[in-house]
Ligand binder design. Sequence first.
Ligand SMILES: Cc1cc2nc3c(=O)[nH]c(=O)nc-3n(C[C@H](O)[C@H](O)[C@H](O)COP(=O)(O)O)c2cc1C
Length: 186
Amino acid sequence: MNLDQAIRGRRAVREYTRDIVSEQTIRNLIDAAIQAPSAVNQQPWRFTVVRNQSLLDRISHEAKAFMLATTPAGSLSEQLLSHLRNPEFQIFYHAPALVVISADGQGPWAIEDCALAAQNLMLAAFAANLGSCWIGFAQKFLGTEVGKSRIGCPSEWVPVAPIIIGHPAAAAAPVPRKEPIIKWVD
Ligand SMILES: Cc1cc2nc3c(=O)[nH]c(=O)nc-3n(C[C@H](O)[C@H](O)[C@H](O)COP(=O)(O)O)c2cc1C
């Protein structure tokens, strides 16, 4: 697969088979993630891998409650709110693995560095015939002290990118892109 195929073919995958993703495969994806550029080559990314399904269920439950309690009224669509209120909705789509990329410390570009690592990880997953999806629903809760304690994340880490990984159960349909808004400044 060439780079263009990977960039254009990757999709947010929300249906997974029950097949596990091996430790070696996850290590390979993390190895791709850390090839990302980082400001002043600080490489502030840290990785937490969660494969315990009961723990993911628990975090899903707590993250939904946290989002509903803390999100300002009007800032989430009715559709997203109805997902969060639905007891059957598991924010990780029962994927076999969650990789949380966290920033160690408060460096001025640590968040950007972690987002770049996240994109590498998702592209590498696609190239390995795996699906992935960034789960923003988990992000705020994982950033709390309780959330960090659930995944054994040190308090000085800032969870940036919770990304589920697994074997796609079905091909995800492409999502159309808006025309880019470009200002040419001569
Ligand atoms: C920061 C961020 C947060 C996201 N959070 C969620 C989420 O909580 N749940 C979800 O199903 N998808 C989530 N997504 C996936 C987007 O919905 C998806 O990338 C977008 O619809 C475009 O689809 P595509 O990735 O297939 O191109 C998130 C993506 C990003 C970049």
